[in-house]
Design a protein. Structure first.
Length: 290
């Protein structure tokens, strides 16, 4: 049986029983798979145990209800199977860095720590989700390119890249073959307690050049700061990138011992990027950490 089908069927079972008592053996039984092998499969594909996934989804659902309903906080906690108000508050604060009450007052359903429900078309991409980042130190990088504003929900990157690539036709071929970067610039809308699907952020796209390279007409200069970064690698089409970011924001960061530093995060496109629609393409994703 295909691994993605097994995980997908398990996730549907979990979603249908999010407000009910669930033990891992019931999930493995629902997909007609042995507990031992299912548990290993799930952790390998999703990057966390079944129990951790269930708890994460319940916290995400609780966060959504805090924003979209007037339900009492204790009622939300009990309905989602948390043993007590204290246990719920402790788990919620660990994941979202604020109490349920503060989250409701903040009024923003943030992306960091948010594990949304998978839908059926996501299942065929599950094999690309589990990412173990490499912790690297990079030196300062000089980039020339273009800046624009976009949101997570309505990402304009593809259109802007098309415009930028046309400009590169007049650039020295030596530099037009350099690494390309898509840089998400730090701003108030990108903070942990504000970043969401509709947040506007400033994005800079461009290519790496030597420090002394003169700016071509119509292009700007950007410096990527040196420092420590968690480097993830996305394998697949550009259209499946949100699946990888969902893992990084929703699973890896909340479980890691790192915090996001005050630098920009960015994507790096090297010779391993074979095209936007090529399933073997690889994109390196860098998050600054402390």
């Amino acid at each position: 049986m295909d691994k993605s089908y097994i995980i997908g069927k398990a996730i549907i079972f979990i979603e249908n029983n999010l407000y009910n008592s669930i033990v891992v053996s019931e999930v493995s039984d629902a997909v007609s798979y042995s507990y031992y092998h299912f548990h290993r499969y799930f952790q390998a594909v999703m990057g966390e145990t079944v129990g951790s996934y269930i708890r994460s989804r319940r916290l995400t659902q609780a966060a959504l209800e805090l924003i979209t309903t007037d339900k009492n906080i204790m009622d939300i906690a009990v309905s989602l199977r948390f043993e007590s108000h204290e246990a719920f508050t402790r788990a919620f604060k660990t994941r979202y860095k604020m109490t349920p009450k503060q989250y409701r007052m903040n009024g923003v359903n943030v992306l960091i720590g948010n594990k949304k429900a998978y839908i059926e078309e996501d299942f065929r991409y599950l094999g690309n989700i589990t990412l173990v980042p490499e912790i690297v130190s990079i030196s300062q990088i000089c980039v020339i390119g273009m800046r624009f504003e976009t949101t997570v929900m309505d990402n304009k990157s593809v259109v802007i890249w098309e415009q930028f690539n046309k400009k590169l036709m007049n650039l020295d071929a030596v530099y037009s073959n350099s690494c390309r970067y898509e840089i998400f610039e730090v701003g108030d809308s990108c903070s942990l307690n504000a970043f969401n699907d509709e947040s506007y952020c400033s994005v800079f796209i461009g290519i790496e050049v030597p420090d002394g390279f003169a700016n071509p007409s119509g292009m700007q200069r950007k410096i990527l700061c040196s420092g420590k970064y968690a480097r993830f690698t996305h394998t697949g089409t550009v259209a499946t990138l949100p699946q990888t970011y969902r893992y990084i924001w929703g699973t890896w960061f909340p479980k890691s011992n790192f915090e996001i530093s005050g630098y920009d995060d960015f994507e790096c496109y090297t010779e391993r990027f074979l095209g936007a629609d090529n399933e073997d393409s690889q994109i390196d994703i860098y998050f600054p950490i402390i």
